[in-house]
Design a protein around this ligand. Structure first.
Ligand code: AMP
Length: 194
Protein backbone atom coordinates (compact mmCIF):
# COMPACT_ATOMS: atom_id res chain seq x y z
CA UNK A 1 0.00 0.00 0.00
CA UNK A 2 1.36 3.40 -0.97
CA UNK A 3 -0.80 6.14 0.46
CA UNK A 4 -0.69 9.87 0.97
CA UNK A 5 -2.64 11.61 3.69
CA UNK A 6 -3.39 15.25 2.94
CA UNK A 7 -5.32 18.10 4.50
CA UNK A 8 -4.68 21.51 6.01
CA UNK A 9 -2.79 21.97 9.28
CA UNK A 10 -5.09 20.80 12.09
CA UNK A 11 -7.07 18.36 9.93
CA UNK A 12 -5.86 15.42 12.02
CA UNK A 13 -3.36 13.91 9.59
CA UNK A 14 -0.86 12.83 12.23
CA UNK A 15 -3.52 11.17 14.39
CA UNK A 16 -5.18 9.33 11.51
CA UNK A 17 -1.85 8.41 9.90
CA UNK A 18 -0.97 6.13 12.80
CA UNK A 19 -4.23 4.16 12.61
CA UNK A 20 -4.28 3.89 8.84
CA UNK A 21 -0.63 2.85 8.61
CA UNK A 22 -1.13 0.21 11.32
CA UNK A 23 -4.14 -1.17 9.49
CA UNK A 24 -2.18 -1.64 6.29
CA UNK A 25 1.02 -2.74 8.00
CA UNK A 26 3.15 0.05 6.58
CA UNK A 27 5.16 2.81 8.30
CA UNK A 28 3.60 6.26 8.71
CA UNK A 29 6.19 8.71 7.45
CA UNK A 30 5.64 12.25 8.68
CA UNK A 31 8.02 14.84 7.28
CA UNK A 32 7.00 17.24 10.07
CA UNK A 33 7.91 14.62 12.70
CA UNK A 34 11.26 13.88 11.06
CA UNK A 35 12.04 17.60 10.96
CA UNK A 36 11.03 17.99 14.62
CA UNK A 37 13.28 15.09 15.69
CA UNK A 38 16.16 16.73 13.84
CA UNK A 39 15.40 20.08 15.45
CA UNK A 40 15.37 18.56 18.93
CA UNK A 41 18.64 16.73 18.26
CA UNK A 42 20.23 19.87 16.84
CA UNK A 43 21.38 18.17 13.63
CA UNK A 44 22.48 20.21 10.62
CA UNK A 45 19.18 19.38 8.93
CA UNK A 46 17.27 20.44 12.05
CA UNK A 47 19.07 23.77 12.33
CA UNK A 48 18.29 24.52 8.68
CA UNK A 49 14.66 23.35 8.85
CA UNK A 50 13.86 25.23 12.07
CA UNK A 51 14.22 28.64 10.41
CA UNK A 52 11.39 27.81 8.04
CA UNK A 53 9.21 25.86 10.46
CA UNK A 54 9.17 28.60 13.09
CA UNK A 55 7.93 31.04 10.46
CA UNK A 56 5.25 28.68 9.16
CA UNK A 57 7.00 28.44 5.78
CA UNK A 58 7.88 25.27 3.90
CA UNK A 59 11.35 23.82 4.15
CA UNK A 60 12.92 24.02 0.65
CA UNK A 61 12.01 21.17 -1.70
CA UNK A 62 15.59 20.09 -2.20
CA UNK A 63 16.08 19.41 1.51
CA UNK A 64 12.68 17.81 2.00
CA UNK A 65 12.88 15.58 -1.07
CA UNK A 66 16.28 14.24 -0.12
CA UNK A 67 15.07 13.44 3.38
CA UNK A 68 12.00 11.56 2.08
CA UNK A 69 14.05 9.68 -0.48
CA UNK A 70 16.37 8.43 2.29
CA UNK A 71 13.45 7.45 4.49
CA UNK A 72 11.63 5.56 1.73
CA UNK A 73 14.82 3.67 0.97
CA UNK A 74 14.78 2.11 4.44
CA UNK A 75 13.78 -1.57 4.52
CA UNK A 76 10.57 -1.09 6.52
CA UNK A 77 9.14 1.01 3.68
CA UNK A 78 9.72 -1.68 1.06
CA UNK A 79 6.16 -3.10 1.39
CA UNK A 80 4.69 0.40 1.22
CA UNK A 81 4.22 3.52 3.26
CA UNK A 82 1.78 6.18 4.31
CA UNK A 83 3.05 9.71 3.78
CA UNK A 84 1.79 12.35 6.20
CA UNK A 85 2.61 15.91 5.19
CA UNK A 86 4.38 15.07 1.94
CA UNK A 87 4.13 16.03 -0.87
CA UNK A 88 3.19 19.65 -0.24
CA UNK A 89 4.37 21.31 -3.45
CA UNK A 90 4.12 20.45 -7.14
CA UNK A 91 7.89 19.89 -7.23
CA UNK A 92 7.51 17.34 -4.43
CA UNK A 93 4.73 15.57 -6.37
CA UNK A 94 7.08 15.12 -9.31
CA UNK A 95 9.89 13.94 -7.09
CA UNK A 96 7.63 11.43 -5.35
CA UNK A 97 6.37 10.16 -8.71
CA UNK A 98 9.97 9.41 -9.61
CA UNK A 99 10.69 7.68 -6.31
CA UNK A 100 7.65 5.41 -6.60
CA UNK A 101 8.25 4.67 -10.26
CA UNK A 102 11.82 3.70 -9.46
CA UNK A 103 10.56 0.99 -7.10
CA UNK A 104 8.27 -0.38 -9.82
CA UNK A 105 5.14 0.30 -7.79
CA UNK A 106 2.25 2.75 -8.04
CA UNK A 107 0.53 5.17 -5.72
CA UNK A 108 -2.70 3.62 -4.43
CA UNK A 109 -4.61 6.61 -3.11
CA UNK A 110 -4.44 10.13 -1.75
CA UNK A 111 -6.76 10.64 1.21
CA UNK A 112 -7.70 14.22 1.97
CA UNK A 113 -9.28 15.11 5.31
CA UNK A 114 -11.72 18.02 5.06
CA UNK A 115 -12.39 20.12 8.15
CA UNK A 116 -14.14 23.50 8.61
CA UNK A 117 -11.84 26.47 8.93
CA UNK A 118 -13.09 27.42 12.42
CA UNK A 119 -12.62 23.88 13.64
CA UNK A 120 -9.04 23.83 12.28
CA UNK A 121 -8.08 26.92 14.24
CA UNK A 122 -9.74 25.55 17.40
CA UNK A 123 -7.86 22.27 17.10
CA UNK A 124 -4.51 23.98 16.55
CA UNK A 125 -4.99 26.33 19.49
CA UNK A 126 -5.91 23.33 21.64
CA UNK A 127 -2.82 21.45 20.40
CA UNK A 128 -0.72 24.49 21.28
CA UNK A 129 -1.78 24.04 24.89
CA UNK A 130 -1.20 20.28 25.07
CA UNK A 131 1.84 19.75 22.83
CA UNK A 132 3.57 23.11 22.96
CA UNK A 133 4.69 23.05 19.34
CA UNK A 134 6.73 26.13 18.46
CA UNK A 135 4.70 26.73 15.30
CA UNK A 136 1.27 26.61 16.95
CA UNK A 137 1.09 30.32 17.78
CA UNK A 138 -1.81 32.27 16.31
CA UNK A 139 0.35 34.20 13.85
CA UNK A 140 2.23 31.15 12.59
CA UNK A 141 -0.98 29.09 12.39
CA UNK A 142 -2.44 31.76 10.12
CA UNK A 143 0.65 31.72 7.90
CA UNK A 144 0.62 27.91 7.70
CA UNK A 145 -3.00 27.98 6.54
CA UNK A 146 -2.11 30.53 3.84
CA UNK A 147 0.87 28.51 2.65
CA UNK A 148 -1.30 25.40 2.50
CA UNK A 149 -3.94 27.20 0.42
CA UNK A 150 -1.34 28.65 -1.95
CA UNK A 151 1.07 25.78 -2.41
CA UNK A 152 -0.60 22.54 -1.33
CA UNK A 153 -4.33 22.82 -2.07
CA UNK A 154 -3.59 22.83 -5.84
CA UNK A 155 -2.15 19.32 -5.45
CA UNK A 156 -5.65 18.03 -4.77
CA UNK A 157 -6.62 18.81 -8.37
CA UNK A 158 -3.56 17.01 -9.65
CA UNK A 159 -4.43 13.82 -7.79
CA UNK A 160 -8.14 14.15 -8.58
CA UNK A 161 -7.31 14.27 -12.29
CA UNK A 162 -5.33 11.08 -11.85
CA UNK A 163 -8.34 9.47 -10.17
CA UNK A 164 -6.41 8.97 -6.93
CA UNK A 165 -8.16 11.43 -4.63
CA UNK A 166 -10.34 10.08 -1.84
CA UNK A 167 -12.12 12.80 0.15
CA UNK A 168 -13.00 12.05 3.75
CA UNK A 169 -14.98 14.19 6.21
CA UNK A 170 -12.48 14.93 8.99
CA UNK A 171 -15.00 16.48 11.41
CA UNK A 172 -16.04 14.69 14.58
CA UNK A 173 -14.47 12.05 16.80
CA UNK A 174 -11.11 10.51 15.96
CA UNK A 175 -12.58 6.99 15.79
CA UNK A 176 -15.39 8.07 13.48
CA UNK A 177 -12.93 9.70 11.11
CA UNK A 178 -10.73 6.58 11.13
CA UNK A 179 -13.75 4.43 10.21
CA UNK A 180 -14.60 6.80 7.38
CA UNK A 181 -11.03 6.63 6.06
CA UNK A 182 -11.08 2.82 6.05
CA UNK A 183 -14.49 2.71 4.37
CA UNK A 184 -13.48 5.27 1.75
CA UNK A 185 -10.28 3.42 0.92
CA UNK A 186 -12.09 0.14 0.59
CA UNK A 187 -14.76 1.70 -1.60
CA UNK A 188 -12.13 3.45 -3.73
CA UNK A 189 -9.94 0.49 -4.48
CA UNK A 190 -11.64 -2.60 -3.18
CA UNK A 191 -8.54 -2.75 -1.04
CA UNK A 192 -8.21 -5.72 1.24
CA UNK A 193 -6.74 -4.49 4.48
CA UNK A 194 -4.14 -6.81 5.94
P1 AMP B 1 3.58 19.31 9.98
O1 AMP B 1 3.92 18.61 11.24
O2 AMP B 1 3.27 18.34 8.87
O3 AMP B 1 2.52 20.35 10.14
O4 AMP B 1 4.90 20.08 9.50
C1 AMP B 1 5.48 21.08 10.32
C2 AMP B 1 6.39 21.97 9.47
O5 AMP B 1 7.44 21.19 8.91
C3 AMP B 1 5.72 22.64 8.30
O6 AMP B 1 5.04 23.82 8.65
C4 AMP B 1 6.92 22.92 7.40
O7 AMP B 1 7.69 24.00 7.87
C5 AMP B 1 7.75 21.66 7.60
N1 AMP B 1 7.36 20.62 6.63
C6 AMP B 1 6.75 19.42 6.88
N2 AMP B 1 6.55 18.73 5.75
C7 AMP B 1 7.02 19.51 4.74
C8 AMP B 1 7.07 19.36 3.34
N3 AMP B 1 6.58 18.27 2.73
N4 AMP B 1 7.64 20.36 2.62
C9 AMP B 1 8.13 21.45 3.21
N5 AMP B 1 8.10 21.67 4.53
C10 AMP B 1 7.54 20.71 5.30
Amino acid sequence: MRLILMGPPGAGKGTQARYVAARFGVPAISTGDIFRVNVSQGTELGVEAKRYMDAGEYVPDEITNKMVRNRIDEPDAAPGFLLDGYPRTLAQVEELDGMIKFTGHALDAVVVLTVDRDELVQRLLQRAKTEGRADDTEEVIRRRQEVYAEQTAPLLDVYAERGKLVEVDGMGEVGQVTSRVFAALEAASGATAG
